[in-house]
Design a protein around this ligand. Structure first.
Ligand code: PMP
Length: 379
């Protein structure tokens, strides 16, 4: 067992202790087989059962409609950036015979990185909006009004519209999916807020996320794709259109055809996803999770707003994340003192991302908000 966790790191983030306890035992031995989850073939009946059950439980938890397919891949969130560009452009090429323009809504460093990766691979990229242009200090912190967005004019030329539902570094979250032109596929990176609130999957062409924040541990990513996007143009066509061709282990039709096990995937990481999803279902599903995230975040934001003489929030109130609450404490050495004194209370993982500094409280689902002081804490 371990002491009540008071760790607020953004990710890898806390997982429920009972999930880890069961996984730890199963790492040594699974179902009396004499071997553990890290030693089992990904093609064994037990592994296939874990893949299928996890898919089914994720489908149940997120209420995934029949039009969509759940699968797992490797490569983390960053692998997803390349996978999105390669796969969605190939699907668009199949549908239209054209290369298509990848449209990116940039509201923070992760959507920025995703756009840069698409460009690096050779996609034609249109930045729909760059949120940095809408703040006085040129930093992320707002979701600009839709009237300021510039999609590629002809919707038929848009291969997909990409956005990051929760910007982990800047603490900017969409509280409803963005409106996109009629018939255009919407792609969301939900790496840091997957499973933290209900999602209407039918609105999306694709949702993806690395597991290490709310879903499980690093080593596996979760994808939910509209089945109609699993048809790609041929390699010859893609070469002709100069659509990026990405590695086969990130090719969605190949992954889906092979039940997520085209190459060796981490069954241990997947089993943790399964146990965690089962835990969330037992706790009332995503509706309960959404309410809890909101309630915990509201408590912290209320405190920040009550003491503007101490805390500064760089995020516009309507874009405040329920997962990553970021703030600064102006004044020489104040943030260092805050972090040092918080640690005396057993509160750790509070340092802001190295690229922006400040403080970040990551509100992952296992972070309790009733905090008995750690041993040795001041009264
Ligand atoms: N997207 C978001 C929103 C993230 O928070 C992160 C990781 N912090 C990534 C993508 C990249 O994930 P990974 O490190 O698994 O590549």
């Amino acid at each position: 067992d371990r002491a009540p966790p008071h760790y607020f790191g953004a990710g890898p983030a806390l997982l429920p202790t009972e999930v880890l306890q069961q996984a730890a035992v199963e790492l040594i031995q699974y179902q009396n087989l004499g071997i553990g989850l890290g030693e089992m073939s990904h093609r064994s009946s037990q592994a296939i059962d874990i893949i299928n059950t996890t898919k089914q439980k994720v489908t149940q938890l997120l209420d995934v409609p029949d039009t969509h397919e759940v699968f797992f891949a490797q490569g983390g969130g960053t692998g997803g950036f390349a996978a999105v560009a390669g796969n969605l452009l190939a699907a668009h090429a199949h549908k239209t015979g054209k290369k298509g323009v990848a449209n990116y809504i940039v509201t923070g460093s992760w959507s920025q990185k995703a756009a840069e990766e698409a460009e690096r691979l050779g996609a034609d990229v249109n930045i729909v909006v760059d949120a940095r242009k809408f703040t006085p200090n040129g930093k992320y912190g707002v979701i600009p009004a839709q009237s300021d967005w510039k999609f590629t004019p002809n919707a038929e030329d848009i291969a997909y519209v990409y956005y990051c539902d929760n910007e982990t570094v800047g603490g900017v979250e969409f509280h409803a999916p963005p409106e996109v032109p009629e018939g255009v596929e919407l792609v969301a990176d939900m790496s840091s807020n997957f499973l933290s609130k209900p999602v209407d999957v039918s609105k999306f062409g694709l949702i993806f996320g690395g597991a290490q924040k709310n879903i499980g541990i690093a080593g596996i990513s979760l994808y939910i794709i509209k089945k109609s996007l699993l048809q790609h143009a041929s390699l010859e066509q893609l070469r002709q259109l100069q659509v990026p061709i990405i590695p086969i282990f990130l090719d969605f039709p190949t992954l889906v055809k092979n039940n997520s096990a085209y190459n060796t995937l981490s069954i241990f990481a997947l089993r943790i996803v399964q146990l965690n999803v089962e835990h969330l279902l037992a706790k009332g599903g995503l509706k309960a999770q959404g309410e809890e995230s909101k309630r915990k975040a509201a408590k912290i934001y209320a405190l920040l707003d009550k003491h503007p003489e101490i805390y500064k929030s760089p995020v516009a109130p309507t874009a405040r994340s329920n997962m990553n609450i970021v703030f600064t404490i102006p004044g020489d050495g104040k943030e260092e003192t805050f972090i040092k004194e918080a640690a005396i209370w057993g509160l750790t993982g509070l340092k802001g991302h190295r690229s922006v500094g400040g403080i970040r409280v990551s509100n992952c689902k296992s972070t309790g908000d009733v905090l008995p002081p750690a041993a040795g804490a001041p009264p």
